[in-house]
Design a protein around this ligand. Structure first.
Ligand SMILES: Cc1cc2nc3c(=O)[nH]c(=O)nc-3n(C[C@H](O)[C@H](O)[C@H](O)COP(=O)(O)OP(=O)(O)OC[C@H]3O[C@@H](n4cnc5c(N)ncnc54)[C@H](O)[C@@H]3O)c2cc1C
Length: 438
């Protein structure tokens, strides 16, 4: 029997986390043979492609602030200095908040932590919001439907000018092209990893190994096309991580949740067209990414399509899935009609006469504290748990993964800030719980 193919590193999963990691690893270890593989037929086709691809540095935990702020700066660098078009538009994020939400302990703590980290933000009052967005409904007096739905009135807007939206496929393309320029190994697609190969370390070649008294490490992957061996296996399989980690006894501590987006065109709707090109928030006279005060409903502007993508960060009532299933890929039109639409059209009546022209669904990969995991354990380097914000954290997560691979105590993020390499590990985790999850 022929020997299995061998590499220095195998990166399983070519979503945004996998491609960014493959790129940073290869850049800093040019002589290593790094294989990037995915079971889909191209990179970035799973949850990365399903993303709203909005990016924000407005988090409550200093860890997420650091991960996203540096990643967004790198995104800007790619587009502005390297000239690679990502369709990154700094339209800003606008949280619409009720009086009690704004004055709550958690929002005030979020604001004070942003101040401490020099994250730019601005607070608008109700009058200012009404002037900027005349069609926004801020009061629901005598509105029985709104009362029935317990919709919160809008008293404040919390705006982040350094946030924006981009095209996730182009971001994947950037990392992939750069990786391919410097890698001696071509990425492989249509390769499903069935399991991680765990062996005794060192191997004694006794029948029945590995035994409980032996040290063990992951030495490769078993695929439908045979075994592939590597000194280090990077697991960037997001919402499918449990499938590969459970069988070898590593608890990934992550779980998935279905998330969906619905596209509404603004072309034939004067009110929506005005909203899409609302003035006063950014240089492009473009609507910011807006989060409503009730029910977790949000929308992102999509200028190229002249459209809005409407989503909902539903919490209680939306089940957690241990592993993302095929059902998670089916958007629910009744959910839009009955759950999201009444809320959306109450705050923005211009949406009332429109219906979605397109929709899709995917999954978030949640960690318990909504802060990602990046750790190296027994030959497997896991990077997952981005908790619905992997596009905006991928660059920083990849730099931390690279520092772990090279045995460095600290990772340097884009812009020069340093973070201990084990900050995002399970065993030595040093993070605050994130409270601002959409
Ligand atoms: C509706 C929605 C909206 C979102 N909005 C935002 C947003 O606005 N901003 C933001 O930052 N993030 C957002 N996200 C989250 C973001 O998309 C994810 O955090 C990010 O894509 C995670 O990247 P990933 O590489 O870990 O996962 P994925 O893109 O899912 O990649 C994992 C890859 O692993 C491969 N894989 C899995 N198992 C195997 C196996 N056994 N063998 C081979 N290959 C395997 C898969 O095929 C897949 O390509 C959103 C997600 C959804 C669903």
């Amino acid at each position: 029997m022929s020997e299995p193919e061998a590499f220095d590193v195998i990166v399983v999963g070519a979503g945004i986390i996998g491609v960014a990691t493959a790129y940073h690893l290869q850049k800093n270890s040019p002589d290593k043979r790094i294989l990037l593989l995915d079971r889909y037929l191209a990179a970035g086709q799973a949850n990365t492609a399903m993303s709203a691809a909005a990016v924000r540095n407005m988090f409550a935990s200093s860890t997420n602030q650091m991960l996203t702020d540096s990643s967004i700066r790198f995104i800007e660098h790619i587009q502005e200095e390297l000239g690679f078009e990502l369709l990154f538009e700094k339209c800003g994020y606008l949280w619409l908040l009720s009086d009690s939400q704004f004055n709550s302990e958690s929002v005030q703590m979020w604001i004070s932590r942003m101040k401490a980290s020099n994250i730019a933000f601005k607070v608008y009052n109700k009058t200012e919001l009404k002037e900027l967005i005349p069609h926004l409904v801020v009061d629901f007096e005598n509105n029985e439907e709104a009362e029935l739905m317990h919709l919160k009135e809008v008293s404040y807007g919390l705006f982040g000018p350094d946030c924006g939206v981009l095209d996730p496929t182009r971001l994947v393309q950037f990392y992939l092209e750069e990786f391919k320029k410097i890698s001696s190994v071509k990425p492989r697609y249509g390769v499903n990893v069935q399991r991680l190969i765990l062996e005794a370390d060192p191997k004694l070649d006794l029948p029945g190994e590995p035994f409980v008294w032996q040290d063990k490490r992951v030495v490769g992957v078993k695929t439908e096309k045979g075994e592939l061996r590597a000194d280090c296996v990077v697991l960037a399989t997001g919402a499918w991580s449990n499938e590969l980690l459970d069988p070898i006894g590593i608890d990934s501590k992550t779980k998935g949740k279905k998330r969906q987006l619905f596209v509404v065109h603004a072309t034939d709707n004067e009110g929506l067209n005005n909203l899409l090109h609302v003035k006063g928030f950014n240089d492009m006279d473009m609507c910011p990414f807006v989060i409503l005060p009730s029910a977790g409903v949000y929308f992102r502007p999509q200028l190229q399509e002249q459209a809005f993508w409407i989503g909902c960060g539903d919490k209680l009532g939306r089940s957690y899935n241990y592993v993302q299933t095929d059902e998670d890929l089916i958007p629910e039109s009744a959910y839009y009609e009955n759950s999201m639409f009444p809320v959306l059209s109450a705050y923005f009546p211009d949406f009332a006469s429109t219906r979605p022209v397109n929709s899709w669904a995917g999954g978030y990969c949640y960690s318990p504290d909504a802060i990602p995991f990046v750790y190296l354990e027994n030959g497997v380097l896991v990077s997952n748990g981005a908790s619905g914000s992997g596009i905006m954290k991928a660059d920083a997560m990849a730099r931390i993964a690279d520092a772990l691979y090279r045995g460095l105590p600290e990772a340097e993020l884009y812009g020069g800030k340093k973070i201990p390499s084990d900050t995002l590990s399970i065993k030595n985790r040093k993070v605050e719980v994130e409270s601002v999850v959409i």
